[in-house]
Write a protein that binds this ligand. Structure first.
Ligand code: SF4
Length: 331
């Protein structure tokens, strides 16, 4: 039976050492590629509006992830993922479907929690019989997450850990997650920096995201460890098709296939305009069937055969309602 490797690191003391190294990086913060170099241990604030304490906007069971994560009827394991949504995301996507909780840095309610409380959330979710714990928008809180995992491992946490990121991660920080994270679930969003800046207010997205994916791949390879229909370990790259090909889908898929065409890809068609995208010309509509089919053809040409394809017109199923923060993703 699969045992997450962070448990071995916990027993050997290595998890505690990684937590110490990562926490020390907060004193001159270069946790993400923005490289702000401020002292977050003293609650200095820069681009991610986040100080020493982690900000958790919501934590809940999420049934809408890929079947290999959320579970299936076939294997009687539709238990969902215990997702922990971190606030103050380091990207500012104008079309973010979770914008109510990910871009809340101007809100008066800060939702800061201690590392001990964050560990408690993981245990609470595990007690709900979820298939794994998912960290959503975790990049700027990696030190706090690893410290909390170290606490939770001592309290009986034993589920696989999912790192669900926009891929604007530091490869150096990801190296310190080797053996701690079981499943990398990165979203590869753009293949042109111009669009990354225009629609997500981020510089040099292409270079940093591709370096991050290459590091994740170095750790996991392309094979997935699957037990009873559930992914326990590996790399699953998401790619959301945007209208007018603003995601640069061909170049993104080509990058993945050149890295290794056995990598699993989750192709997402669920885009619908929300937030500022409603008034952003090229993003103010759903994707068209022709756009979806063109990307399917490219996947075929590039021999990317592993992973998941989201059916066209599936956006309603995925639409979260954050007015109910305890259960925004209903079954
Ligand atoms: S985690 Fe925040 S403070 Fe640190 S480098 Fe990134 S944006 Fe800057």
């Amino acid at each position: 039976m699969f045992e997450p490797s962070y448990l071995k690191l916990y027993k050997s003391g290595e998890l505690s050492e990684r937590s110490r190294i990562l926490e020390s990086m907060l004193a001159d913060c270069y946790i993400c590629p923005k490289d702000c170099r401020i002292n977050r241990q003293k609650n200095e604030i820069a681009a991610c509006y986040s100080g020493n304490e982690p900000v958790v906007s919501s934590y809940c069971v999420h049934y809408g992830e890929e079947p290999g994560l959320a579970g299936t009827e076939e294997f009687s394991n539709e238990n969902g993922i215990g997702n922990i949504f971190f606030g103050n995301c380091n990207l500012r996507c104008v079309y973010c479907q979770n914008y109510e909780i990910s871009q809340n840095h101007k809100s008066e309610k800060k939702n800061e929690v201690t590392r001990e409380r964050l560990a408690g959330m993981m245990i609470e979710l595990q007690n709900k019989n979820v298939n794994a714990i998912g960290f959503v928008s975790p990049t700027h809180f990696v030190p706090q997450i690893v410290s909390a995992v170290n606490i939770a491992a001592g309290q009986g946490l034993n589920l696989p850990l999912i790192y669900n990121t926009n891929s604007y991660d530091s490869a150096e920080v990801l190296k310190l997650l080797d053996g701690i994270i079981d499943i990398y679930l990165p979203d590869l969003k753009y293949s042109e920096d111009e669009y990354g800046y225009r629609y997500s207010k981020i510089k040099n997205y292409v270079r940093f995201s591709r370096a991050a994916i290459a590091e994740m791949y170095r750790q996991t390879g392309s094979g997935l460890v699957i037990e009873n229909g559930l992914i326990k370990k590996g790399l699953l790259i998401r790619h959301l098709i945007l209208p007018n090909d603003l995601a640069g889908s061909y170049d993104t898929l080509k990058f993945i296939s050149e890295l290794d065409n056995k990598i699993s890809v989750s192709l997402m068609s669920q885009y619908y305009p929300v937030h500022k995208a409603l008034t952003t010309d090229l993003l103010s509509r759903n994707i068209r069937q022709g756009e979806y089919e063109k990307v399917l053809k490219w996947m075929d040409e590039l021999c990317l055969e592993n992973g998941y394809l989201q059916e066209f017109e599936s956006e309603n199923y995925y639409r979260p309602d954050f007015n109910d923060r305890s259960e925004p993703f209903k079954k």
